[in-house]
Design a protein around this ligand. Structure first.
Ligand code: HAM
Length: 422
């Protein structure tokens, strides 16, 4: 390896740098603002967990678990996995810390990186960023609607409008097994290729999501879960839709929706943006009423979502919108000489402690370079002083848009600048 070798970020993983990083932060925080208004509390959980948690929680037969996990043995020979999604880890923490024995529902939110070894393409990354919420322990359709409305409000608060909410019900234990058999019976009666037949055996619902025209045509008349819901699941679904209508959250019913994770029951939804090409899902979620007991906890219900921060940024770009303001300063200090530098370093610190954003020309680049840096900084004022000015007890305050400069007594400059910024 040569010493001059340069490094690149791992394949399929974006770096966010200024000015885009300001947008990243605004999107991440904006998407959760509505959750905070509804009482969801933050959790910070491990980036990796015991591998079995995801295998059991997300499902062995899913692509996420069978093909996409970053799994490795740690130095103690324990199999650990970088979290591919957030719900399983939240459930693990809720059970481990007994939150499920307190007031219900437990309402939690989170943001951070998740890891899936997928084939990188536009909008599909190996380290993806999500924000999510989980509401655990109450099986109430109004809570489903709350969770969905929070996601909808999050996207809209950023100015997005070119998306739609697709929703369906995947039924529950009392109706899904019979439906699955019915669907398999239908699929096995078709002239399917071997791979698709195998898929029909393992996860027949996924065949309904096949994008190939010939498969679409063959499955056009396939039985749909929505037409075979139990009384209870149907009532739940209708009630969720009623609440969404009341909240004026628009939706379309997509009875062929398939999610990549196994834990979903009843209400299941996805936010789809048409400006993103193939990777059009900007968020998704649903109910997971069997997950907690499957992970060794009580038999409590849950509902939540995960929204893609990266893809929301791409959606904003597709709509020609920006959010967040890149880091800039109000005041730029230009010291010319050692004494001036010491004085302005102190002035900058006092101004910052009063909440004024201040930068300084480091590196003794001379007046020209320093003034260029002042202009580039976006500041409205420059504080300019040489050693002689400091000796005379003055600092120049320059308005960077008009070029006008006045000398101010050094011991009043902080107050003077603060007064200009109100
Ligand atoms: P998910 O649908 O797998 O759900 O992911 C949620 C969102 O994360 C997607 O809609 C998408 O925007 C983003 N996303 C997923 N994979 C990638 C990728 N490779 N690159 C970029 N963005 C991606 C979940 O993860 C569930 N845990 C959501 C949930 C919470 N359900 C209930 N509670």
């Amino acid at each position: 390896m040569s010493e001059s070798q340069s490094f690149r970020a791992p394949k399929g993983i974006p770096d966010y740098l200024p000015p885009d990083s300001a947008q990243f932060v605004a999107v991440r925080d904006g998407l959760l603002a509505a959750a905070r208004l509804a009482g969801y509390g933050d959790v910070e959980l491990p980036i990796f967990e015991e591998t079995a948690l995801f295998a059991r929680g997300v499902g062995e037969s899913t692509d996420v678990v069978s093909k996409e996990m970053y799994t490795f043995a740690d130095r103690g020979e324990r199999s650990v996995t970088l979290r591919p999604e957030g719900t399983a880890g939240v459930m693990r923490a809720v059970i481990e810390h007994g939150l499920d024995r307190g007031a219900l529902p437990v309402k939690l939110c989170y943001s951070g990186p998740f890891f899936r070894y997928e084939r990188p393409q536009a909008g599909r990354y190996r380290q993806l960023q999500q924000v999510g919420v989980e509401a655990i322990g109450v099986d109430d359709p109004a809570l489903d609607a709350e969770v969905i409305a929070i996601a909808d409000a999050g996207f809209r608060s950023l100015g997005l409008d070119g998306f739609r909410l697709e929703i369906t019900s995947l039924g529950d234990d009392s109706c899904r097994p019979a439906y699955r058999e019915l669907l398999q019976e239908f699929l096995f009666g078709l002239d399917l290729d071997e791979v698709t037949r195998a898929r029909a055996q393992i996860n027949p619902l996924r065949v309904l999501d096949d994008k190939r025209p010939e498969i679409k045509e063959m499955t056009a008349e396939a039985p749909l879960m929505l037409d075979h819901l139990s009384e209870d699941a149907k009532e739940h679904f209708d009630s969720v839709l009623g609440y969404l209508d009341a909240l004026a959250v628009p939706y379309v019913i997509n009875p062929r929706m398939v999610r990549g994770l196994d834990y979903y029951t009843k209400t299941t939804f996805e936010f789809v943006h048409d400006g993103l090409g193939a990777q059009s899902g900007i968020g998704g979620g649903g109910r997971y009423d069997g997950l907690m007991s499957q992970l060794g906890g009580q038999d409590l219900s849950g509902i939540g979502f995960g929204l893609g921060v990266d893809r929301t940024m791409l959606a904003l770009k597709a709509e020609g919108k920006t959010v967040g303001s890149p880091a800039r300063v109000d005041v730029f200090c230009v010291p010319l000489g050692e004494q001036a530098k010491l004085a302005l370093v102190k002035v900058a610190a006092s101004l910052r402690s009063s909440g004024v954003r201040v930068d300084l020309a480091y590196g003794d680049r001379g007046v020209k370079g320093a003034m260029r840096a002042a202009d580039r900084s976006g500041a409205t004022l420059a504080l300019v002083a040489g050693d002689r000015d400091i000796e005379a007890g003055t600092i120049g305050v320059k308005n960077l848009s008009t070029g006008e400069q006045v000398d101010v007594a050094a011991d009043t400059v902080v107050a003077e600048v603060i007064s200009r910024f109100g």
